[in-house]
Write a protein that binds this ligand. Structure first.
Ligand SMILES: Nc1ncnc2c1ncn2[C@@H]1O[C@H](COP(=O)(O)OP(=O)(O)O)[C@@H](O)[C@H]1O
Ligand SMILES: O=P(O)(O)OC[C@H]1O[C@@](CO)(OP(=O)(O)O)[C@@H](O)[C@@H]1O
Length: 681
């Protein structure tokens, strides 16, 4: 991550610019030789880790495109560093000796091969001293939009594998046949989508103002009155830090400090990092209506889903409980000593709650307030000394139209204006509050920080980082770089009923039942209708044929197969019925029943394993700006749904994801909303 403190938005140091176009360079390297030598496989090796860091044993194998042509394609940023490489021939059936091409290193810059060498010449020893093998070299590079790269290079590396279904390419787009779709099927689905809407399960998510989801102030558990705090005793100049630790419930030992995706990294960090660095406080900074609460809620959801014990402390919630929810703009004036003291006091209370929670085992605390003066931030840093590491997360927005929209949303959503019946009066008051904050606002220039600048603009924005290191901070930056506010739906569905579903067998790779086939057609009509006004969208399936076949009738959208979307691997139990497992492997059956989240099938996976491998899918779903239809499996969809619906890990294996039902997740400026359609009984 590095440590740059550049304050220039255009600086490349320490800033991760998503780029206006967001395009990537898709490079295709080809070698052609009509003198077919099936025993020698062309490889590429070179200066960067992905092509082996000059270690021939880690060279990247080229794939056979036709009898005479070998191909290797990869994705790089358009402004990528020059790539140094060589072609290499490796014997098919044994290790070494490798045969490296003659001549100087090849240099690839901006997708172009430097120099004129369009042949690769090899001198394999067994061919004879004078004999050579000559291949023609072709290079093609195209800028491809992020959308077209639904499977990014990383995802490709980690999750992609060729289809098990013959004749279906890994990335495909099938066009609508002349004269419309398959006859008969169109009439089977009425085009009024609303008639298929079903009520949400009681546990499903409705839109709630994000701050309301933050932690309930602890003091409420004991006493509706807050204890009176002397804020001066925790001023930056004070050397003592008071932390409330008494009388709190013991930490929940049922969950490990970290699970799933982060477990390994956490264990490693715990061995190497000082104690206070194991706990992390993300302290939001920014003027009102800049998306702090929104970002705090989203980050909390992501980190919890990854398995980190994470809590979100919203100082506004403390303020409302302590001082009521209808304070006027005057309360927020920088030159109002009572207001300042009251606000510092509730901030200190929330911070103390967060720190004592951390001392009981909490891992990541998200501290949501404006924290817009250096003095306030100093106070927080002083309080956190020796307990946790602080990273400031500042949200900056320079677009007046977005600020105006946010302010209007605030008046509608914030409990501060719940009793204000005159919208315009609320608007005037909130704008005055903004002016009061603006007068004393000091952007962050101290400590470790992440600045999100204009991330709500349609074309991405910019992230600046300073003094950020470690696994979790790195993941947080990566997550924030990829999130945005562009409204779009994500449709989640299981494949149509499979033959194994009918037989009650788990796993496998069976085709669809008759009923499953009908669903695949209904789904195609649904997608056609639901996404008809969308300029673009993509269909993601697993690599198992029940999802690929379910997607087949959908036309006109690119389809991508993700290995990460494959069903939970049932290991030695694959293909068995639950009853059989119970009878033949009663201990396994019972262990799974006892702890379905952590239970790992022998030589298979646990739900935590599934969550771990789905992280790139979540990042990609966050990054996409166009709609995505995900056709996958029960366990996988439970895990994906839990992320969007903010369900605790322990509930994931029990979430209901029925067959032949579409869960629509609407992402947008107010957060996540859900709708369900049931296409068949
Ligand atoms: N990075 C961002 N920049 C600007 N606006 C954002 C950002 N993230 C979210 N928003 C929008 O800002 C609105 C108001 O955000 P909120 O989190 O309540 O503001 P704050 O906590 O800063 O007062 C959200 O409903 C969302 O649409
Ligand atoms: O974790 P449980 O509840 O067993 O659910 C996962 C199971 O769901 C199934 C159906 O029973 O998914 P799928 O419909 O994709 O075939 C099994 O293959 C899979 O093992």
């Amino acid at each position: 991550m590095g440590s740059s403190s550049s304050k220039h938005p255009s600086s490349s140091h320490g800033s991760l610019d998503e780029g206006g176009s967001g395009g990537q360079l898709y490079v295709s390297l080809k070698l052609e030789n009509f003198n077919i030598r099936g025993d020698l496989i062309p490889h590429v090796f070179g200066s960067v880790p992905i092509i082996g860091s000059w270690d021939p044993s880690r060279a990247l194998r080229m794939e056979r495109e036709s009898a005479s042509m070998w191909e290797l394609s990869f994705v790089v940023p358009p402004n990528h560093e020059t790539l140094h490489f060589h072609f290499l021939l490796k014997p098919k059936d044994r290790d070494g000796p490798y045969v490296m091409e003659e001549g100087a290193e090849r240099l690839l810059t901006g997708g172009n091969l430097e120099g004129g060498a369009r042949t690769a010449v090899f001198r394999p020893p067994e061919v004879g001293h004078e004999a050579t093998l000559e291949y023609k070299v072709f290079v093609k590079a195209d800028i491809v939009s992020p959308f077209d790269l639904a499977a990014s290079w990383r995802a490709y590396k980690e999750n992609f594998r060729p289809s098990t279904v013959r004749g279906i390419p890994d990335i495909s787009i099938n066009v609508a046949p002349e004269g419309g779709q398959e006859s008969g099927s169109r009439t089977s689905l009425e085009l009024d989508l609303e008639s298929y809407v079903v009520p949400l399960p009681t546990c499903a998510s409705a839109t709630v103002y994000a701050a309301n989801l933050a932690e309930t102030p602890r003091s409420m558990g004991y006493n509706w009155e807050f204890p009176k705090y002397d804020v001066s005793s925790i001023s930056p100049s004070s050397s003592t830090t008071r932390v409330v630790t008494a009388n709190h419930a013991p930490p929940n030992k049922a969950m490990p400090a970290a699970a799933g995706a982060v477990a390994a990294a956490t264990v490693a960090d715990q061995m190497h990092e000082p104690k206070e660095d194991r706990r992390l406080a993300i302290v939001l900074v920014g003027l009102p209506a800049r998306g702090k609460t929104f970002t705090a809620a989203k980050l909390t959801r992501y980190l919890r889903w990854l398995g980190n014990e994470t809590k979100n402390f919203n100082v506004g919630k403390y303020r409302r409980l302590r001082h009521g929810s209808n304070q006027t703009a005057d309360f927020f004036r920088g030159d109002n000593p009572e207001g300042m003291e009251a606000r510092n006091e509730v901030a200190a209370l929330a911070m103390e709650d967060m720190l004592s929670w951390m001392q009981e085992g909490g891992q990541v605390g998200i501290f949501d307030a404006t924290n817009s003066s250096r003095q306030r931030r100093n106070m927080l840093m002083k309080m956190a000394e020796g307990i946790c590491k602080i990273i400031f997360l500042e949200t900056i927005c320079n677009d007046e139209r977005i600020i105006e929209r946010n302010v209007r949303l605030k008046i509608q959503q914030s409990p501060d204006y719940a009793e204000e019946t005159d919208f315009e009066a609320g608007l005037r008051d909130f704008k005055e509050r903004l002016v009061n904050y603006d007068k004393v606002y000091e952007p962050v220039e101290e400590g470790s920080y992440i600045k999100m600048i204009d991330m709500a603009r349609g074309n991405g924005g910019q992230i600046q980082v300073n003094n950020i290191s470690g696994y979790l901070p790195g993941r947080i930056v990566f997550f924030l770089v990829n999130t945005h506010l562009t409204p779009r739906p994500i449709l989640l569905t299981r494949h149509g009923e499979s033959q194994d579903n009918v037989r009650g067998r788990i796993g496998g790779d069976s085709v669809l039942s008759d009923s499953g086939n009908i669903y695949s057609k209904k789904l195609a009509h649904f997608v056609e209708k639901r996404l008809k006004s969308e300029r673009t969208a993509s269909i993601w399936t697993s690599t198992l044929q029940r999802t690929i076949i379910t997607a087949t009738p959908i036309v006109g959208f690119p389809k991508v197969q993700w290995r990460a979307l494959d069903e939970i691997n049932a290991g030695v139990c694959d293909g068995m019925a639950y009853e059989e497992i119970k009878r033949n492997m009663p201990e396994e059956y019972q262990s799974r029943k006892n702890d379905k989240l952590r239970y790992r099938y022998p030589r298979g996976e646990s739900y935590l394993d599934v969550i771990q491998r789905l992280e790139p899918v979540i990042i990609e779903l966050e990054r996409q700006r166009a709609p995505v239809v995900v056709i996958s499996h029960q366990a996988v969809l439970r895990a994906l749904y839990a992320y969007f619906a903010d369900k605790p890990l322990k509930e994931i294996p029990h979430i209901e994801v029925p067959l032949h039902t579409i869960i629509e997740i609407q992402m947008g400026v107010t957060g996540v909303q859900e709708k369900r359609y049931k296409l068949m009984d």
